[in-house]
Design a protein around this ligand. Structure first.
Ligand SMILES: [Zn+2]
Length: 372
């Protein structure tokens, strides 16, 4: 991973680069990242940069022997610790046994969340854990002198899920670090870290990606401009979520929503029944995604009808629809609609028959239109 592969976050990148150039490398650094943010990607690019033998003022060279190994995450001076869980697929009690899976998981994309990782290894529970033995094993991993690079680097992903004994074992190491070793802690829930760990590290705050960065990133990865705009709007700077949405796309949420609302408005019961039928045939994630989308637009309409239209992040194509729709219902109805969609969402989550849920919701919404 090179810095240039990561969208935006320019000032953080230059701070990291400067710290290498001026040899002011803190031995323990905490990448305190927004969920789905650039924390892990930055830590990887930073590690690559630290050991690159031909780095420029902006980035690693990407081609030297060190970069080539970092590129595959097989550099002998670069170590990982990450959460694991019991898995039918993999037999092992420490992250070592999961390493090859971990490498391909991260090489696919470094903008990912713990549940995705646990899915990837077919974990039997949905927690994930970094055991105290793992923390103690850190010293063994680092006890040999750096083979090739100047520094040994240990990247610890999700220190926030460590229990007290593992955290304390880590703390001990951070207090008396081995020579020429750098610890990079990457967390997307730093509020769950022991304050003693936070105080032993240099904190690097990594904010969520900007809308522009998400959009550009998606368009650079062969997503069409209109879909990219759409997904950017839905993902709130969370690149992990944006990439998940790209996978699910194919479903045109806004088209679906607009057609649904038109049928409600016209009180076209026959069409609403058909709609409910097709909704019933979708998987639960997609059903929830559509209701989520409806909720978001309803909330935006509420904002719009309160005269705070400039706050909206609605993509241009939907703006006209939102404006017209807001004129067709009053505040109270809109608030009720939000309430009803929330109830429907709750029912879908609890496996109430989707067809009934959507038809019920459609008819309720149709009534609100009648009442304006
Ligand atoms: Zn290099």
């Amino acid at each position: 991973m090179l810095f240039k592969d990561i969208p935006g976050l320019e000032s953080i990148k230059s701070t990291l680069i400067r710290s290498v150039q001026t040899s002011h490398l803190a031995h323990a650094q905490l990448f305190d990242s927004a969920p789905g943010g650039g924390g892990l990607a930055l830590a990887l690019a930073f590690s690559t940069y630290i050991n690159c033998t031909n780095r420029s003022e902006e980035d690693s060279c990407g081609v030297c022997a060190s970069c080539a190994k970092m590129n595959k995450l097989i550099h002998p001076d670069f170590h990982f610790i990450f959460p694991i869980a019991t898995s039918k697929k993999i037999d092992g009690k420490t992250s070592e046994a999961f390493l090859s899976y971990w490498r391909s998981f991260i090489l696919e994309s470094p903008y990912r969340l713990l549940p995705e990782w646990l899915d990837y290894i077919s974990a039997e529970n949905k927690q994930g854990n970094i055991a105290v033995e793992e923390a103690r094993g850190i010293l063994r991993k680092l006890s040999v002198k750096a083979y090739e690079g100047e520094y040994k680097i240990l990247l610890l992903w999700k220190p926030d899920i460590m229990n007290a004994s593992a955290s304390n074992a880590l703390l001990k190491i951070l207090e008396e670090p081995p020579f020429k070793t750098i610890f990079l802690l990457v967390s997307d829930q730093s509020d769950r870290l022991l304050t003693t760990i936070i105080s032993r590290t240099q904190r690097i705050a990594v904010p969520a990606f900007s809308d522009k960065d998400v959009r550009t990133f998606l368009m650079d990865h062969t997503v069409s401009e209109s879909t990219a705009k759409h997904i950017t709007y839905l993902s709130d700077g969370n690149l992990s979520e944006a990439l998940q949405l790209v996978k699910e796309t194919g479903d045109d949420r806004s088209g679906w929503f607009i057609e649904w609302m038109r049928s409600c408005y016209k009180y076209d019961v026959a069409h609403l029944v058909k709609f409910a039928d097709s909704f019933d045939g979708m998987n639960k994630e997609k059903q929830k995604g559509l209701l989520d989308y409806a909720l978001r637009l309803f909330r935006d309409m509420l904002v719009w009808s309160h005269g705070a239209g400039e706050l909206l992040r609605v993509p241009e194509e939907e703006l006209t629809f939102v404006q017209n729709f807001s004129k067709a219902v009053n505040f109270e109805s809109l608030e009720n609609m939000i309430q009803e969609v929330n109830v429907a969402y709750y029912h879908i989550e609890r496996n109430v028959r989707a067809k009934m849920v959507l038809l019920d919701l459609s008819l309720t919404i149709a009534h609100f239109f009648q009442r304006r």
